[in-house]
Design a binder for this molecule. Structure first.
Ligand SMILES: [Zn+2]
Length: 574
């Protein structure tokens, strides 16, 4: 917007300072600055003139496009370079209504980072880094990656004409490696752990005098990530307080921010964003951070649970989710732990590969969002913590949802995911000329519907409850589900449809669940059908005795997502 250049003296940039985390020395930032000139410390962080920028920021943002460059006064790049931009940042914040209902937490939002230029939140890191390198005249760079960083960097490096060397461990899926290569990046496949690949990349860069991407120690990487935090509070404010003008503050910060964690750069950057927003008086509190790792590579979780300030490296990660296999988080963990302690708190939690794969199904079937396993890890962590009562039902929760939709591997989908139709070939059809071709087609189609799905009748007078049970069942297996909206209809449908299972609400107007049960048990046709009763209220002794021996099990509403409920259902159909 040309007028803005005139209005805002900030566009012509205040100096970005790099502050040493060890001695506090401040030095003007440049990508070539990799250590503190005073103490040689390698951990530097960007500082800005928050007093000058803070009061003006809401007004500036109101006039800008929704991408990460709207925060340019707070990024380590002097001038935006439009020729490099691909619409990075500015991803939607989506309400996870069904997941929220399932967990009893209605305020879950998904920050859909899949919608970045290369479909992962690493686009932010790459966009800011490559812009900073281009500005400094750097033409060649080196990185090590478990996949997505290399893909994002490769795309931006290609646009900028920067030669990139990507050291990838042999565990990186071949599809990702090929995607890195198509951008013209030189792929170096390292048959070793990710930590070893990182060391090799560092040695290579050192020998050749090339720029090295250093994760949490690279200022543009942290600064790129922090824009997620900025966007979240702007979007939450718009969604939750639609009447508030955006340039009115304070903005709304979430209670929780969840992310899958490998090296920890993501949450470290996002947390820095929240701290800056508070420093500028734009938000009032720092969110709690949920850092979720896979059990097979969870050095941070282990250190956190033992109250340690330094994480012991995991030497041999044991997980199918190679994207999250940083065995040695180094100082990033220590910084995260300290900053979580100073702010809104949070926790480190781990989940199994199996829970993660299951969560991928839940997320896809309930929210229409298909993610790669690495991204599903944070959602599996949320589900685990919600079940353990660690999340307050009124909490506003934002989930970082990133990563490619990978080719879905066999281990994730399991058996029986497709139904196959084989039509007779021309020759076969010719040999069986008496048979009409339609018969061949019909016979093939009838085989498609031959597999019998377990037939479940859901009886509940509230539509929301029926929908929730339907979604939960559908997300967990193949069920043919029918619904009855009152007791009379339930009895009728049980007689005519002969379901394999009835899920019955007790509290219904007119004919309640007890009366329905009496009618079902009095009829020889419907008496054998197993019944799972769900109820919202605590039952009296007398009520319980009316159910004893007549139902398969009794569940409290709100317990739907318990493994117990699903085990009960699955157990009935073994
Ligand atoms: Zn220093």
């Amino acid at each position: 917007m040309p007028t803005e250049q005139i209005i805002s003296p900030l566009s012509k940039k205040s100096v970005v300072l790099a502050e040493c985390l060890d001695c506090g020395q401040q030095t003007p930032y440049s990508p070539n600055l990799i250590a503190c000139p005073s103490c040689n410390g390698q951990w530097l962080e960007a500082r800005y003139d928050f007093q000058a920028i803070g009061p003006r920021l809401p007004g500036l943002l109101a006039r800008r496009e929704f991408n990460l460059w709207r925060y340019r006064e707070l990024l380590p790049v002097t001038e935006m370079n439009p020729s490099l931009c691909m619409g990075e940042g500015g991803t939607p914040l989506i309400s996870a209504t069904n997941l929220g209902m399932m967990l009893g937490c209605p305020n879950i939002f998904i920050k859909d980072e899949r919608q970045g230029p290369t479909s992962s939140f690493k686009d932010r890191q790459a966009a800011v880094n490559i812009a900073a390198l281009k500005e400094a005249g750097i033409t060649e760079a080196v990185l090590a990656s478990t996949g997505n960083v290399a893909i994002a960097y490769s795309a931006y490096a290609a646009r900028a004409g920067i030669k990139l060397w990507a050291f990838l461990t042999s565990l990186v899926p071949a599809e990702k490696m090929r995607e890195v290569a198509i951008y013209g990046t030189q792929v170096v496949k390292v048959t070793a752990s990710y930590d070893q690949a990182k060391k090799l990349a560092a040695e290579f860069a050192h020998q050749r005098g090339l720029y090295l991407e250093r994760g949490s120690r690279s200022i543009p990487s942290v600064e790129g990530m922090k824009t997620i935090g900025y966007e979240i509070v702007e979007q939450l404010t718009t969604l939750l307080k639609p009447d508030q003008e955006l340039n009115a503050t304070p903005w709304i910060a979430p209670d929780w921010y969840f992310q899958s964690v490998s090296g920890g750069l993501g949450p470290l950057g996002v947390l820095k964003g929240f701290y800056e927003l508070r420093q500028m008086g734009l938000i009032e509190r720092i969110p709690a951070i949920g850092c979720v790792q896979v059990e097979g590579c969870s050095p941070m979780v282990q250190a956190w649970k033992q109250g340690k300030d330094v994480a012991d490296p995991v030497i041999s990660p044991r997980t199918h989710i190679a994207t999250l296999s940083t065995g040695d988080p180094g100082r990033t963990y220590t910084l995260l732990r300290q900053r979580m302690g100073m702010g809104g708190g949070g926790t480190f939690e781990s989940v199994s590969d199996e829970d993660t794969f299951r969560t991928m199904h839940v997320l896809a079937k309930m929210e229409g969002i298909s993610v790669e396993p690495a991204a599903a890890v944070s959602f599996a962590g949320l589900i685990k913590m919600a079940r353990a009562g660690m999340i307050n039902p009124t909490d506003v929760i934002v989930m970082n949802c990133t990563g490619h939709t990978m080719p879905i591997e066999h281990t994730i989908l399991g058996e029986g995911w497709s139904r196959n139709v084989a039509l007779p070939t021309q020759t076969q059809a010719g040999q069986a000329r008496q048979e009409t071709p339609e018969e061949g087609l019909l016979a093939a189609l009838s085989r498609v519907t031959d597999d019998r799905y377990a037939n479940v009748l859901v009886v509940d007078d509230t539509e929301e409850a029926r929908r929730l049970i339907r979604r939960i069942l559908q997300s967990q297996g193949n069920y043919a589900i029918s619904e009855a909206i009152n007791g009379h209809q339930a009895i009728e449908m049980a007689k005519s449809g002969k379901p394999d299972l009835i899920i019955l609400d007790l509290m219904m107007p007119d004919l309640d669940g007890f009366a329905v049960l009496d009618a079902l048990k009095a009829d020889a046709d419907t008496a054998p059908i197993p019944v799972i009763v769900v109820t919202a209220k605590d039952l009296t002794q007398e009520e319980k005795s009316r159910l004893t021996g007549r139902i398969h099990s009794l569940m409290q509403k709100g317990e739907f997502m318990n493994d117990e409920f699903l085990e009960e259902v699955r157990g009935l159909f073994k």
